[in-house]
Ligand binder design. Sequence first.
Ligand SMILES: Cc1ncc(C[n+]2csc(CCOP(=O)(O)OP(=O)(O)O)c2C)c(N)n1
Ligand SMILES: [Mg+2]
Length: 705
Amino acid sequence: MNPLPDKAFPPPPGFLAERDLAGAELERDPAGALLRIYTWMHLARITDNRILELFRQGLVKGTVTGGQGNEGLIIPLALLADKANDVVSFTHRGLGGHLIWSSHLCEHLHQYFANAASPTRALEGNIHHGDPRHRSFPMISHLGAMCGTILGGADAQRRRGRPAVGFTFFGDGATSTGDIHESLNLASLLSLPIVFVIENNGYAYSTPVAEQFAAGTELWRRAAGYGIEGMAVDGTDVPACARTLAGAIARVRATSRPVLIEAHVLRLRGHAAYDTCSYLPPGAQEALEARDPLPRMRAQLAGQVGAGTLEAREAELAAFLESCVKIALACPRPDPSGMEADLFAPPPPPRPWIPDLGSGPEPASVAPGAKPEGGPAAAPAPEMLTHAQALNRGLRKILAERPEALILGQDIAAYGGAFKVTEGLFEAFGRPRVLNTPLAESSCTGYAIGLALGGFRPIEEFQFADFATEAVTQIALNAATMHFRSGAACPLVLRLPCGGGLTFGSFHSQELESLFLAMPGLKALYPSTPQDAFNAMLAAYEDDNPVILFEHKGLYRRSRHPVAWDPAYREVWRPRRVRPGDFATFVTYGEMVHLAADVCAYFEAEYETGFDLFDLRCLSPLQLGEIEDSLARTGRLVVLHEGRLTHGFGAELVARLAASHFRALKCAPLRIGSLDLPVPFAPELEAAFRPTRGKVIERLAAWMG
Ligand SMILES: Cc1ncc(C[n+]2csc(CCOP(=O)(O)OP(=O)(O)O)c2C)c(N)n1
Ligand SMILES: [Mg+2]
């Protein structure tokens, strides 16, 4: 995380080397423990106050949400955590936690100043940083969304036999989000060692808790509904809070059962720096300040360790903070060049695949990172497989050869998945590598993200692509932006059974590439043949980024084709020329490849007109070189896809190709897609909605004039 040499930073006061607290110390040496807690609380408070001041001077930008009043919770918790094993994601009230967890104060200030040395390379603002290498996952703004990621991160540690605990925080306001419910249920179901912490400060921005909940405000009581332990703590009674936290953390570590802790904390400086707090009733601010635990702790400690000790520490901390601010202020502004290279994690080294289709049903029992057993075998003859079988063989091969692989999704275990793509895998590899999930796409995707950050490589099946909309935040904002925001790789395969033509109706037939690929950071493959399906599964798996694998349901069982081990499987990231021709360049993908091939054969036979037909295969990142060469030669462009026309993927293809080859174009490009409607149900209506052979021939004939 540290982009500058340590020697450039002022050495912290010696007492800040104490970043840990054992629960027993609270009993054995209460004054010593309290002094350590107070010291960090004081540093967090003066740092938050200084950042607020710098914001008011215009030197810090963005949303400054202070943790003043939250320290009585966050400091003891961060001190009690096992920083070498545990997993955490602090919220916008958790600066004190960041200070303890890892890194130098200067680095945290660099983050606020968004300067050239910022740990997020100034690509993310204020407290949205983390330290993924030390299992501190950077928050996204969407409150509640980080819970699933913590579940996955903690599980990754446990799967390696490490006695880790995951800490996830959310405010009273965030408890209303679906992610909180999904994550509590998932953690209880999977028996994950998670400390769920509600930072209840009485308000969600300006809305008091009384306006947020009808069923009482003892939020911890929800724990009973998930079959887990729940409790409330008073974050202003710091010694008592620390003792309760220590006990709860020890129980979670020992039992791997989650707990839900509602911490009553304060929000002393309003929601954010710009908040005028005009909604507070008269006297409320004064009442809050009267409950501030810091002065009380100070008075108590002064009696135990002497006021002089406290004054000396406070003076040292103030001087340390000022010297760090000075360094951070002097750091140069960030350089925008090269920013685009941060979007995707670089290509990983090739995986040592055994050169066969991978029939091996033997479960791998080695730890992640270990090399697969067995050496190269003689290349067997191709097998005749359907699209679904080819995908199944890809999954089976991955699970057999890559111990860090696991698959999850609804009904994918004993049932084999709604489309039977995972058939037999549960029997061969068992739980937890083949994991049935509840109907909780958002938290389960968050969980997969956490596993990916923890060194595993999850493959998640969505029952139908349509239900991936439940996880748009996780896919398009959390996973897709992870590398850009934090530099951490997020290797994840998201399998989306998509497409229509099967009378499945509006919510089981959609093409969602435009929706997802409008957001940066996602790769996407859309194979149209069993061989490409097998190749795409391996290529997607070994990539270090989230990759969407679009699987057209209409192709799953359409026909069998020869599938063999293909050493050039990575070619699937580039378009494939399906048939050559001189009249026009024809670009399509997915099921439409077969329709287009049929249409091209018709024009060849009837009119002796040849189309240079390309199967795009990879929708992101686009590789258009061969298609551009073709267009330069033919001067005519046709783009066909099953998705809707308006804002459809073809718009991007036509815009790019027409812009780069405008002078070569002999006529306006032709774009063919579905109608701009929800997918209608009845077969006659769906046929009228989608491109069909007859309609495509008609459109082409009219275009050719
Ligand atoms: C899902 C979501 N909706 C809306 C927002 C905008 N927002 C940011 S902070 C906030 C209030 C959050 O209240 P709470 O969860 O109690 O946390 P607190 O700020 O009080 O610590 C809101 C509405 C958001 N960040 N995430
Ligand atoms: Mg709140």
